[in-house]
Design a protein around this ligand. Structure first.
Ligand code: ARG
Length: 264
């Protein structure tokens, strides 16, 4: 009799414990899927944070990647119901990484070119920029031909690298490439490079804080647009295009320019 009771009590206990486990598990998974429903979907964005004011880290303030492109991506994400998670990588590796599915999108001040369009898709442009030749003031260059016999730097895989090479052939200077924009500026300062090709907004940023640097605009035929980048055939393009169109039309992109491009 005693034994029977013990068995009954134990069985009840075991059942109760199992039931409790079941319930709590059920609860967890229910609340989990509930939060999932409310949570925004995440888009992983690749960028090359060497490009102030488009994407950079203000090391004095934090290690967060900030800039025009980051704000823009977040605003587009807001419209489309995505949270944007930003990841840093050298400019040169962004397209291969996007193709390898490491990112969902890339915003890195990237310009659509026929070569790139063979392997990735681009949004409509959100910005147009120009090119500068940047050099030490003491060089007092006035035109490309003045750099003849010298060394001109550019970022690896950028359209500026292409451009520098074309001009190099025409005017007889050598082109040397580096991964990061700050490296280009460093090489200018140490005198290893005589000049470097960088776009105007990024150049202005350096000119503002480096008294020893000067620049002039380079006349080019191809316009330099910036656009968001997707995997080939990505569904994201339609929504992004529409969002960018709206952000241009309602003046938000103008506001972003004012916020980021004021050179102090
Ligand atoms: N617009 C140029 C290009 O597409 C340069 C972009 C460089 N971007 C950067 N984040 N470093 O080649």
């Amino acid at each position: 009799m005693n034994k029977k009771w013990l068995l009954a009590v134990l069985t009840t206990l075991v059942i109760a414990v199992l039931a409790a486990c079941g319930t709590s598990e059920e609860k967890d998974s229910t609340s989990g899927s509930e939060t999932k429903g409310e949570e925004k979907k995440v888009l992983v964005m690749g960028t090359s944070a060497d490009y102030a004011p488009f994407e950079y880290v203000d090391t004095a303030k934090s290690d967060e990647i900030i800039g025009f492109d980051i704000d823009l991506a977040k605003m587009i994400g807001e419209k489309l119901g995505y949270e944007i998670k930003v990841e840093n990588m050298d400019f040169n590796s962004l397209i291969p990484a996007l193709q390898a599915n490491k990112f969902d999108i890339v915003l890195a001040g990237m310009t659509p070119t026929p070569e790139r369009e063979e392997v990735v898709d681009f949004s409509i442009p959100y910005y147009e920029t120009e090119q500068y030749l940047v050099f030490k003031k003491e060089k007092s260059y006035k035109e490309m031909a003045d750099v003849a016999g010298g060394v001109v730097g550019a970022q690896i895989s950028s359209i500026q690298e292409e451009l520098a090479k074309e001009f190099g052939e025409e005017h007889g200077f050598k082109v040397e490439s580096r991964n990061l924009i700050p490296e280009l500026i460093q090489e200018l300062k140490t005198g290893r490079f005589d000049a470097t090709v960088i776009e105007n907004i990024v150049s202005e940023n350096y000119l503002a804080s480096n008294d020893d640097l000067a620049a002039f605009p380079i006349v080019v035929e191809e316009p330099d647009f910036k656009a968001a980048v997707f995997q080939k055939g990505s569904d994201l393009k339609v929504g992004f295009d529409k969002a960018i169109e709206e952000l241009i039309a309602d003046g938000t992109i103008e506001e972003l320019k004012k916020k980021w491009f004021v050179v102090e």
